[in-house]
Design a protein around this ligand. Structure first.
Ligand SMILES: [Zn+2]
Length: 248
């Protein structure tokens, strides 16, 4: 029996994943007649985390659709902002440490381990803690166990931050989270953090916050002007600040 031939076209956002010959308009694929459309799309290089609606003849079909001969398939990109089945929490792979610290600076829950625990362990943690796996590793994003995942399109941290904020629109609450460990900050009396302060700091500042997990102490002057700029810029573009800042 002749194998079905189908026609696929991909949204421009997905062109980086597919072979050059598939970027200009539609192109033909022979399928085996039993594979799902989700499998076909993945086998052409597109992680399903990045695929939005799948259309056949202009009508949406599930990823489990088995394409038949002559199907005209359009693969759209995920909508922005992308709805999630739960609160926006993230898990970042070992290459995205700067992005993790910037998300935390904005109060976004961003788990990150500085050692490579491997794809299987990352996927398991994403599922167990219901975190969106952020990565530039397509192989990792193909893993079935992931609760949710997203490809990070740029290798530059400023663009990575804008990518994640525009894609998931997490509520922003700057200065409420520890940039070192992702713990939450609480207000701290000067006397209680006295031992961790240098003389100059103690004289110059009165408002302090402390991480409830690792004990790290923060004050406004501890943040370099460039971090303030990241906060200001992100709030201007993406924010609605969330809960009150811990650091006054
Ligand atoms: Zn901490």
């Amino acid at each position: 029996m002749e194998k079905p031939e189908i026609w696929l076209s991909f949204a421009p956002e997905l062109h980086l994943f597919v072979a050059a010959a598939r970027r200009a308009g539609r192109s033909a694929v022979r399928t085996d007649g039993v594979s799902t459309l989700g499998h076909v799309v993945e086998s052409l290089g597109v992680p399903l985390t990045e695929a939005g609606a799948l259309l056949v003849g202009g009508r949406p079909v599930p990823v489990s659709h088995v394409p038949g001969d002559g199907d005209e398939v359009t693969v759209l990109a995920v909508p922005r902002p992308q709805p999630l089945p739960g609160p926006p929490r993230f898990l970042l792979d070992v290459h995205l440490g700067t992005l993790a610290r910037r998300l935390r600076l904005l109060g976004v829950d961003a788990a990150y381990e500085s050692v490579d625990i491997g794809d299987a362990a990352l996927a398991t943690r994403s599922a167990a803690e219901q975190r969106v796996m952020l990565s530039r590793d397509r192989g990792l994003l193909h893993r079935r166990e992931l609760w949710a995942g997203a490809y990070v399109y740029s290798h530059r941290p400023p663009e990575q931050l804008r990518d994640v904020l525009s894609r998931f629109a997490p509520p922003l609450a700057p200065w409420t989270r520890c940039t070192a460990c992702n713990g939450t900050l609480r207000e701290a009396a000067k006397e209680s953090v006295h031992e961790q302060l240098q003389d100059g700091t103690e004289r110059a500042y009165d408002a302090f916050a402390q991480c409830t997990d690792c004990g790290q102490v923060y004050w406004r002057g501890a943040h370099h002007a460039s971090l303030n700029a990241i906060v200001e810029e992100s709030l201007r573009e993406f924010g609605s600040p969330g809960p009150a800042e811990v650091l006054p």
